[in-house]
Ligand binder design. Structure first.
Ligand SMILES: Cc1ncc(C[n+]2csc(CCOP(=O)(O)OP(=O)(O)O)c2C)c(N)n1
Length: 660
């Protein structure tokens, strides 16, 4: 082993970090300096990767969960030959650079996931390790074409966050033996020592989760490699390698201090550190020949292991033409031609959650990459793919995930599954608990991951469970997340269309808001309604000519609007009911379409069993809002509807003054 080269490369990481943070006058030098040796070992000795083919499907994944330590990742990507130049490093944290403050998926080649919100990366990695196991079960023969590890570097902050605990607990249960988490235990966070707020025994906690745990020194190079070997030998459990480290290691006066967590070291201390490290004090961004040479010497090995895999893949393809076809189908762009969407008849009464389950089971065979499950509510969310088995330690071929009651972990895990490639994950819970996983939904939207959320029990009309379970502000809260498509279908037919739209979306997540209660499948006056769903709304029922009143409704309130219209029709008024499964799509549709659907001359009414916030944008400030700007209550749904004015009669009464 080239210990000297490793140390020189670690020095280069420290120098690049100090100088980049100083130049940007912002950033986090402490972690990269404290983990420099580990980082070099990962990119030089441990990871199976090839910087010349960063998309290699069988590469080991590395997740820097402690995303604030981004300069560690950027230094290593640069030094090991990924397309990240010294110029990019010098542009750390500048507008449009490949080196943003925290690693951002899609912005920098080699960054496997967006991290920064602590704990998420650990959970993403659990998702990646699940994906590896699922794909291995689907495709491997005696030739293991999917066979890689997922590594994580996590700090004290990651270990304190609940989301990592949820995901780690599931990882232990599932026995994800190819997941290896390094815990950088420097016992320093922003406010000071972890003694201020964190005194549990993390190692024992992970033992209790069912992990193998190991412990050592972050600067014991041989020890780290030995522990990685031990981790790999344990196939039935994930491994936590706790490493005792010193934040900002190498800085003579600041190492060990929380000041180094998130501030530049300062010119003077940088000079002192460079002197102590034995590199030129006056040269910024200095990388010694030995440091560069260390990684260059690795390229041949990387190329060879990549080539060996390509040969294995070719041989496997020859021996397994059917599997190869399935592989191409899996990893190509999604083709829905094999997906059979069910037909629902007008007049049928069915909850949209139930319709969603029917759709899912109907299309599952034609969309093999579709996998997922619920946070212990599968029977309520209707998310089980029948006959497909459960994904468990001893049944990795199962398509049904059981996330347990861990919504936040679930959200972050499906992100990791989506990031891995080869899977289209969905997950599910009650709409009200989307709050429990909101940070992960936001990250899916930020990363542009096509994850599907099945959120059922989408209004106060779930009834007896009461206000704790009744979403009122959730649709509004989800709609304001950029790049999240929120669809609230109005009947079983729209639900099938919503699933189609979610699957056709490649660049962002979709949330389906579905009812607990039955809705009637209604006749749609717009015969091109499916096409027009792409504009977010269409005419469900019309009276002919320019309407006097337009009732805009979503989800279950479309049935209600149609009933109210029927009452008012008797008075011979021109009323139009618009079903709007997606407010965002409607607001982004051509003005001409919007004005045609909701003419300016018409009085406007908006019906949605949720807060009115945001609806003025559709209906105008003077629109009549039939909304719920308060919490719900515990009662049978019909009583709640009566009490809150969500009956056809009550709605019709409120509309009448608009007609005269
Ligand atoms: C969810 C979340 N909360 C808060 C922060 C702000 N934050 C960034 S780093 C950090 C402290 C992390 O400490 P540690 O993991 O020990 O990192 P180190 O000090 O070793 O760099 C905090 C609170 C964050 N990034 N994410």
């Amino acid at each position: 082993m080239n210990t000297r080269g490793i140390q020189d490369a670690a020095t280069a990481v420290r120098v690049l970090t100090m100088d980049a943070v100083q130049k940007a006058n912002s950033g986090h030098p402490g972690l990269p300096m404290g983990c420099a040796e580990l980082g070099v070992l990962l990119y030089g000795e441990i990871l199976k990767h090839n910087p010349k083919d960063p998309q290699w499907i069988n590469r080991d994944r590395f997740v820097l969960s402690a995303g604030h330590g981004s300069m560690l990742l950027y230094s290593l990507l640069h030094l090991s030959g990924y397309p990240l130049s010294l110029e990019d490093i010098k542009n750390f944290r500048q507008s449009g650079s490949k080196t943003p403050g925290h690693p951002e998926y899609g912005q920098t080649v080699g960054v496997e996931t967006t991290t920064g919100p602590l704990g998420q990366g650990v959970a993403n990695a659990v998702g990646m390790a699940i994906a590896e196991r699922m794909l291995a079960a689907a495709f491997n023969t005696d030739k293991k074409i999917i066979d890689h590890y997922t590594y994580v570097l996590a700090g004290d902050g990651d270990m304190m966050e609940g989301v990592s605990a949820e995901a780690s607990s599931l990882a232990g249960h599932l026995g994800l033996g190819k997941l290896i988490v390094f815990y950088d235990s420097n016992r320093i966070t922003i406010e000071g020592s972890t003694d201020l707020a964190f005194s549990e025994d993390v190692r024992n906690r992970y033992e209790a989760y069912g992990w193998q745990t190991l412990e050592g020194d972050a600067y014991d190079i041989e020890g780290i490699l030995k522990r990685v070997d031990t981790a790999k030998r344990e196939a039935g459990k994930p491994t936590l390698i706790l490493l005792h480290s010193t934040i900002a290691k190498g800085s003579p006066n600041k190492a060990g201090s929380h000041d180094t967590h998130g501030s530049p070291l300062g010119e003077e201390e940088i000079r002192a550190t460079k002197k102590a490290l034995g590199v030129p004090e006056d040269e910024a961004f200095y990388v010694s020949e030995q440091a560069g040479g260390y990684f260059q010497s690795k390229q041949d090995g990387w190329t060879q292991s990549h080539k060996a895999w390509q040969e294995l893949f070719t041989a496997w393809s020859k021996e397994n033409p059917e599997k190869r076809k399935a592989w191409d189908n899996r990893f190509g762009s999604l083709d829905l031609s094999q997906a059979v969407f069910p037909e629902f008849k007008e007049g049928d009464k069915m909850a949209t959650r139930k319709a969603s389950g029917v759709v899912l089971n109907s299309i599952a065979a034609g969309v093999p990459r579709l996998v997922g499950g619920s946070a212990d509510l599968a029977s309520s969310n209707n998310t089980l793919i029948e006959g497909s088995g459960s994904f468990q330690a001893d049944s990795p071929e199962g398509r049904n995930m059981h996330f347990g009651i861990r919504e936040h972990g679930m959200g972050a895990i499906v992100n990791g599954m989506a990031l891995h490639g080869g899977l289209r994950p969905y997950c599910a819970t009650f709409l009200v608990f989307s709050d429990y996983m909101r940070p992960s939904i936001r990250l899916a939207a930020l990363m542009g991951l096509p994850v599907i959320y099945v959120f059922t029990h989408d209004s106060v009309f779930l009834g007896e469970d009461g206000p704790t379970h009744e979403p009122v502000e959730h649709l509004a809260a989800l709609r304001i997340i950029p790049n999240l498509l929120v669809l609230r279908p109005a009947d079983a037919q729209e639900t099938a269309q919503a699933w189609r739209m979610a699957l056709e979306r490649a660049d962002g997540p979709t949330a389906l808001a579905l009812t607990r209660q039955n809705l009637t499948v209604f006749a749609k006056d717009d015969k091109k309604w499916q096409v027009h769903c792409a504009y977010g709304a269409y005419i469900a029922s019309d009276s002919g000519g320019i309407p006097d009143v337009v009732l805009v409704a979503t989800g279950s309130e479309v049935n209600l609007a149609l009933e109210a219209k029927a009452l008012l029709d008797k008075a011979g008024e021109k009323i139009r009911v618009v079903s709007m499964p997606s407010r965002e799509l409607f607001l982004n549709s051509p003005a001409e379409y919007r004005n045609k659907l909701i003419p300016e001359s018409a009085a406007r009414v908006v019906l949605e069993a949720g807060v009115s916030m945001g609806w003025a944008e559709v209906g105008g400030a003077d629109a009549l809002m039939v909304a719920i700007d308060r919490f719900g209550e515990s009662a049978p749904a019909a009583e709640i509807a009566e009490h809150l004015g969500f009956t056809a009669e009550a709605v019709a009464e409120r509309i009448k003054p608009l007609l005269s």
